[in-house]
Structure formats: structure tokens, C-alpha cells
Design a protein around this ligand. Structure first.
Ligand SMILES: Cc1cc2nc3c(=O)[nH]c(=O)nc-3n(C[C@H](O)[C@H](O)[C@H](O)COP(=O)(O)O)c2cc1C
Length: 351
């Protein structure tokens, strides 16, 4: 692998995918890339971002195209966030630390997974030194005191928001993980992944747990990740969430689940501007980002794409993924005739 993604011929985000596959063991690749079941939802997450067509406005007199956004009062250089992904060290020895450095370098908010291989204090120091912004994702452990200690450590290390993931009361049917059990055929048909995470995750979670996390968080905003229905989005805000993340967990849990691009509009409508909406799942192009913003999202997250960058080129790869998406977004904004994220509306979509 060359030092620079450009030397390896990377032009688009998807160019990283095959480079990453060549760089990790097959069982790691399965864990990263697979969706649940027959992987229909994985495909549909991407396909659903192809419509509606854009309807560009010409002669818009653009002098500059500004990608900055404000989320919960915080100004970000662009609306592309790095979604929480477990165990980044499986793809690169410097995993989460390299990702944090790339995020700081590109002005990107990195949402750190509960399931991280690097001490949270170390990640916090990298962000603090570079003036970067990062959030902490929370899975509720059956032992709430354990979760509380993790959250308190993250807040002490400088996490500026918390993200409660609510879409995983159980793990999904990831057949290849089960088949290969991270390199070995399992005797009982249960993968190592399931053996580790099922006892960890608490399935008996309800809205009162959001209240509990808010109490632990104090003034720090708490987002809810894994919302696909308008009624749940409203419930999250009614229970004090600072914002919702429309996500189907990258189609990794439940196959034939609704694509996030399809779920998004009704949630935006139900939220009625009460709180911000972030969406993830299948976003691979700047045009996908623009379409998400036009459908009413305030920002997007990517998962697999930055891990492809990490697995093939470490910090430089993650940074390059963000830079490609941001440049493509800016180009697409110019081409539809908008000069700021705030001025993106549904009007740029064909109806
Ligand atoms: C390898 C991998 C690990 C993940 N781990 C977590 C996790 O620890 N916590 C979480 O909330 N979501 C996790 N997710 C889901 C992502 O946060 C995100 O919702 C999803 O990857 C977005 O879809 P995309 O990969 O198509 O961009 C994971 C996704 C992947 C691909």
C-alpha cells in the first residue's frame, strides 16, 4: 500500500473498499462489511439515496459555497460526522487514535464507540491538543454502575455530547460472523461476537433509561441513535434527547428493515424543528450528503467508509474519506445552485 491514497489511485470513497479488503483478514472483513441476514437492507440503504433526482437552479450568482453547520449550538466545518464503530483497532494497529487525529485534522466530529480499544483519556488528549470535537456513544451495560463509570470517564476526557444507541436490544443474524467465528468454525453456531456482546448489552431498556443517562450527563447533550419511526423520534425529544439519529445500524441488525433515506422525511416532519436530526446508512457520495440535507437532515454520519480508509491508509485514509465527501458536497451544492447548508431545501429535489 502506498503512503498516500492518491498514489493508490483513490478518487472516490468506494475506491477505498477493495484496498481495505486486501489489507485485513477475511473474518475481520466479514465483521466490517456484512449486513444482517441476506443483506438486502445493506444494498437498499445505498440505493435509497439515489432518489429523488436533483433539480438544479441555474444562474444562482454563487460567490462561495459554505459547508459549515451548527448543531446544538456548536459550529462544525461541515455536516459529515464519523459514526461510532466498534473495535477500530481490528483494522489498524493505531485504530481509534489514528481516526481521532484524522478527525481533528479535517474538522470532523468523531463519535467514539463504547467498544473502543484505546483508553478514552488518550483519545481525549489527542482531541484537546488539536482543538477537535468528539462525542461518546453509549451502550447500556446490564450493570449501570459500569456504564456510568464509562460515561463519566468520557465526559472527563472531553466528550462534548453523548449518543445513546437504542437499536440493539439484541445482535443481528450476521451469518458470516457465525460461519467463521473470527477465523474458526464455532461448535455451537454462536459467534465470538455474540458471546462477547450479548451478555454485555442490556435488552431491557426503555425511555426511563434515557432520563437516567441525562442525569449522569448533566449539561451535556444526549442524542438518541437508531430511530426509524416518527413516534419514536417524538418520544425521544419528549424524554429530553437533544437530537435524534435516524439509523438502522448500517443494516447490521435486522434485514429488510426500512432504508434510512426512506424513513427520514416523516421523522423530520414529526420533529417540526424541535431538535436536530442526523442520518446515517449507505452514504458514500457528496450527492448522498446533499440529498440527506435536502430531505431535512441537519448532518450525516458515515461508518464503513472511514473504516475502509483506516484499514488501507490509517490516519491519512480517514482524512481522505472526509475530504472527498466534503469536496463532493461542495461541488454538488454549487451545481444545484446553493451557497450554504442553511439554504438547502427540498426545492433542489425533483417533484
Ligand atoms: C464495523 C461496524 C461497527 C459498528 N459499531 C457500532 C457501535 O459500536 N455502536 C453504534 O452505535 N453503532 C455501531 N455501528 C453502526 C454505525 O454507527 C453506523 O450506524 C453505520 O455504520 C452507518 O452505516 P454505513 O456503514 O453504511 O455508513 C457499527 C457499524 C460498523 C460498520
Amino acid at each position: 500500500m502506498a503512503q498516500s491514497p492518491l498514489d493508490d489511485g483513490v478518487i472516490a470513497v468506494k475506491d477505498f473498499e477493495s484496498l481495505a479488503r486486501d489489507n485485513v483478514a477475511p473474518h475481520i472483513w466479514n465483521y466490517l462489511s456484512d449486513g444482517a441476514g441476506d443483506q438486502q437492507a445493506l444494498l437498499e440503504n445505498e440505493v435509497a439515496w439515489q432518489e429523488p433526482w436533483f433539480a438544479p437552479k441555474v444562474m444562482a450568482g454563487l460567490t462561495q459555497v459554505d459547508t459549515t453547520v451548527t448543531l446544538n449550538g456548536q459550529q462544525l466545518q461541515h455536516p459529515i460526522l464519523l459514526a461510532p464503530t466498534a473495535m477500530a483497532m481490528s483494522y489498524h494497529p493505531d485504530g481509534e487514535a489514528a481516526t481521532m487525529r484524522a478527525a481533528v485534522r479535517t474538522g470532523t466530529t468523531y463519535i467514539q464507540s463504547t467498544l473502543s480499544g484505546v483508553p478514552i483519556e488518550e483519545l481525549g488528549n489527542i482531541a484537546r491538543e488539536g482543538g477537535g470535537d468528539w462525542w461518546f456513544q453509549v451502550y447500556l451495560h446490564r450493570d449501570r454502575a459500569f456504564t456510568q463509570s464509562l460515561v463519566e470517564a468520557a465526559l472527563a476526557a472531553g466528550a462534548s455530547s453523548l449518543v445513546l444507541t437504542v437499536d440493539s436490544p439484541a445482535l443481528g443474524a450476521r451469518d458470516n460472523d457465525r460461519r467463521h467465528d473470527w477465523g474458526q468454525m464455532p461448535e455451537d453456531g454462536i459467534s465470538m461476537h455474540e458471546r462477547v456482546f450479548n451478555p454485555f448489552l442490556d435488552s431491557a431498556v426503555g425511555w426511563s433509561d434515557l432520563q437516567w443517562l441525562r442525569d449522569v450527563a448533566g449539561d451535556v447533550p444526549v442524542w438518541v441513535k437508531g430511530i426509524l419511526r416518527a413516534d419514536d423520534a417524538v418520544a425521544a425529544i419528549d424524554h429530553g434527547a437533544a437530537g435524534v439519529m435516524v439509523s438502522n445500524h448500517g443494516a447490521r441488525n435486522l434485514d429488510t428493515i426500512v432504508p434510512t433515506a426512506v424513513a427520514l422525511p416523516a421523522i423530520v416532519e414529526a420533529m417540526d424543528g424541535r431538535a436536530p436530526v442526523v442520518v446515517d446508512g449507505g452514504i458514500r457520495r457528496g450527492t448522498d450528503v446533499l440529498r440527506a440535507l435536502a430531505l431535512g437532515a441537519d448532518a450525516v454520519m458515515v461508518g464503513r467508509p472511514y473504516i475502509w480508509g483506516l484499514a488501507s491508509h490509517g490516519e491519512a485514509g480517514v482524512a481522505h474519506v472526509v475530504e472527498i465527501l466534503r469536496a463532493e458536497l461542495q461541488m454538488a451544492m454549487a451545481l444545484v445552485g446553493v451557497d450554504s447548508v442553511a439554504s438547502i431545501t427540498e426545492d433542489i429535489l425533483w417533484s
